[in-house]
Design a protein. Structure first.
Length: 293
């Protein structure tokens, strides 16, 4: 199908009726629905569909730079480029396709890209939807230039939640984090689940590979499993920042939370011919909340 600008979008479906949409613009997952057709990712009602800017929501790919800690535009250029369908991807681990519907996308730098980031790479992204509705993104980035390069990376994942003040994250307790709201200074998280009462913009470091995001009101838990992605970005703009963003509704901060599998603190260095893989799996399970006393 075509997306907002007549750019191709691939729709994946599974036998139970779950679906995923991926736009060739940015290799961006723009929708992930369960078998009841409920949208699990947040997309702003004010999203601006105007390439090359990434649409506000879904899962923009931040590469080769996360944030603005470097010479490139915020979050790098991968999310602003047109990707192609990769007709003959190199073999991938069999259980990454068994019983799944998937699409393989490819991004290679244009001459323009090489002007702002002079490193030749092949970025292969496999997006797959499993029979049980889990969404998996596998990024394989290979250095095909003659010299090493380094990069940081994030799956900028906008989760849809019912009410941010009823959401908590389990799995990041006691970790160190860099706080974007305090000049990226390092702090240590306290010992219980993270809850939200104001703007949060943090990079949790050396995190476990399974993180749970509990949405109390909808009695559902997002289970995030990751490999090759040691850091987790947690972002909610809250009211003031939300009002300042053109492509974000004033009150929409209440219905979203970014929890991004990432590699930021220690960027990856690839030697010529080397390849890095970053794998993210998103699932949703009903959570019977035992209300804490
Ligand atoms: O998630 C962390 C962050 O860097 C925030 O500081 C905020 O800028 C967010 O990403 C969104 O960035 P974007 O360029 O998509 O508006």
């Amino acid at each position: 199908t075509k997306d907002w600008n007549g750019i191709d979008q691939v729709v994946l479906r599974n036998p139970r009726g779950a679906s995923v949409r991926v736009s060739l613009h940015g290799g961006q997952v723009t929708s992930w629905r369960n078998d009841r057709g409920e949208e699990l990712l947040f997309t702003s009602s004010k999203a601006i569909f105007k390439p090359p800017k990434a649409m506000r929501g879904g899962i923009p790919i931040c590469f080769p730079q996360f944030g603005n800690c470097g010479s490139l535009q915020q979050h790098g250029f991968a999310r602003n480029k047109i990707w192609s369908i990769d007709e003959n991807p190199p073999p991938i681990h069999p259980n990454d396709s068994l019983g799944k519907s998937f699409v393989d996308l490819l991004l290679k730098p244009s001459d323009d890209d090489l002007k702002c980031w002079p490193h030749c790479f092949e970025f292969r992204l496999r997006v797959s939807l499993a029979a049980d509705g889990k969404l998996t993104l596998i990024s394989r980035i290979r250095n095909i230039s003659g010299k090493p390069f380094h990069f940081s990376f994030a799956y900028h994942t906008y989760l849809s939640v019912s009410d941010i003040s009823e959401v908590r994250i389990e799995g990041l307790e006691t970790l160190d984090y860099l706080d974007n709201l305090c000049q990226r200074k390092r702090f240590t998280e306290q010992g219980d689940a993270i809850t939200f009462e104001s703007e949060v913009d943090r990079v949790y470091l050396s995190s476990p590979n399974v993180i749970a995001v509990l949405d109390h009101e909808r009695k559902r838990t997002y289970v995030i499993r990751k490999e090759g992605l040691p850091d987790v970005v947690v972002w909610n703009p809250w009211e003031k920042k939300a009002k300042a963003m053109l492509d974000f509704g004033d009150d929409e901060y209440k219905q979203m939370l970014c929890v991004d599998g990432a590699i930021i603190e220690k960027p990856i260095t690839l030697k010529p011919g080397e390849e890095w893989t970053g794998r993210l799996e998103l699932g949703v399970v009903p959570s019977s909340f035992c209300d804490e006393g």
